[in-house]
Design a protein around this ligand. Structure first.
Ligand code: ZN
Length: 410
């Protein structure tokens, strides 16, 4: 190409990149699959080693919503699991043909009455509790749900709403009022107004039952979804938020009656908010993702990785590769972090957003443990969170990448 033409082509390319994306008609698709263990006897993730599942109270799910503006596809997946490491979410996304990895966000609801998918809750602290056959099933069904959601894309409108969590649902057991009480809601409906599915984003550990049950269950998340679905919202995807250090349900006892009370109260609040939703039929979907490495700064977890208890080998230089994502859809912005951010971290990320509706997803695409705000790093009150973090000083590094991603999607 002659030099002049090359310069012109380069100028045009720059202009194209600088032009704002044009809002296109939206499409949405939804699919779900059960990931309830087929065999009994799984190690339960949460509350110490060697807790073995004795039965099933309610099914565990992987649920996927696909969105498309004619140019960009975005798939948000919610799995009823304690967490998944990046190599596992990469493997799931890699099995889906025709959708780039950058377009797929795989989150975990962080249920504490499901199978061990990280390795920390096996028969003994030095032995992994992960069942490889169960992991294969999860990966196969998650990839299947993503592909099915994308193939189900149909013209839609999106409704956005927000609510405040009712009294006696979530609270912070470290610093009582330090929570993000916002419930952010995105509902996809057909052009005739029939719900396709509804995404609910709220921050709280699904651990009403603690050690009082050895049944497989998604805890209050099950009741939240059931409450909303009965009210006609279509299927619900629950995506957790800044639930770390230590946002947990406020209950009078660790029972299924309390999982129902908490879940239903949250579900009622979310369903009621949809009645006042802001609706869009056209919007451009903007996505920015960063993949980068952090120092692995926890000798105990490094040892667990070395022993093969957790399947998360550090890179040759001792770092861990992870990812964050930011996005915008019409009047809504979202951002993700790869672990369990403390509430101040989630609130700081939402503070970087200027959209009317703000979503913050924790446990997205990876599980680095707790992600601590600055004052928590040396505070004795957060000793447990410091121990259960791949790097207690990770947040400034994550924030830097996330802020750039948020800026790129304005
Ligand atoms: Zn947790």
């Amino acid at each position: 190409m002659p030099l002049k033409a090359l310069a012109l082509a380069s100028l045009l390319l720059t202009l194209c990149m600088a032009l704002p994306a044009i809002a296109g008609p939206l499409r949405a698709g939804y699919a779900r699959a059960t990931i309830t263990p087929e065999q009994p006897g799984q190690f339960i993730a949460g509350y110490g080693a060697n807790r073995i599942a004795e039965g099933v109270h309610d099914d565990l799910w992987v649920r996927a919503i696909a969105l498309d503006d004619g140019e960009t596809t975005l798939v948000i997946v919610a799995c009823d699991l304690i967490g998944l490491f990046l190599p596992d979410t990469d493997e799931i996304a890699g099995r889906v043909t025709g959708v780039p990895r950058e377009s797929i966000i795989i989150t975990c609801t962080h249920v504490h009455s499901g199978p061990d998918t990280l390795g920390l809750w096996g028969p003994a602290p030095t032995v992994s509790g992960v069942d490889p056959a169960y992991m294969s099933m999860v990966k196969e069904r998650a990839a299947g749900a993503i592909a099915e959601a994308v193939s189900a894309l149909t013209p839609c409108r999106l409704r956005f709403a927000r609510a405040v969590a009712p009294e006696r649902t979530g609270h912070n057991s470290r610093e009582r009022d330090l929570i993000d009480p916002e419930i952010s809601i995105m509902q996809a409906v057909t052009l005739d107004g029939v719900p396709i599915c509804t995404l609910v984003n709220y921050a709280c550990h699904p651990e009403v039952l603690t050690t009082q049950s050895k049944l497989i269950t998604s805890d209050f998340v099950h009741s939240l979804r059931e409450q909303m679905e009965t009210a006609g919202t279509g299927d619900v995807l629950f995506v957790n938020g800044a639930l770390g250090g230590m946002v947990t349900p406020e209950v009078s006892e660790n029972s299924f009656a309390e999982t129902e009370r908490v879940g239903r109260a949250l579900g009622r609040a979310a369903a009621a908010a949809i009645e006042h939703a802001v609706e869009v039929a056209e919007a451009d979907i903007r996505l920015a993702r960063a993949r980068f490495s952090l120092p692995m700064a926890n000798p105990l977890l490094a040892l667990a990785a070395q022993l093969g208890v957790i399947k998360r080998a550090p890179n040759a230089d001792g770092t861990i590769t992870t990812t964050v994502t930011a996005g915008r859809i019409g009047p809504a912005q979202f951002a993700t972090m790869p672990g369990e951010p403390l509430p101040k971290v989630g609130l700081a990320v939402k503070g970087l957003m200027d959209a009317q509706f703000r979503f913050f997803f924790g446990l997205a695409d990876d599980e680095l443990g707790y992600l601590l705000h600055a004052e928590a790093v040396d505070n004795e009150r957060y000793a447990y969170e410091q121990r259960m973090s791949i790097n207690p000083n990770a947040v400034p590094l994550l924030m830097e990448r996330l802020e750039a991603a948020i800026d790129a999607t304005r």
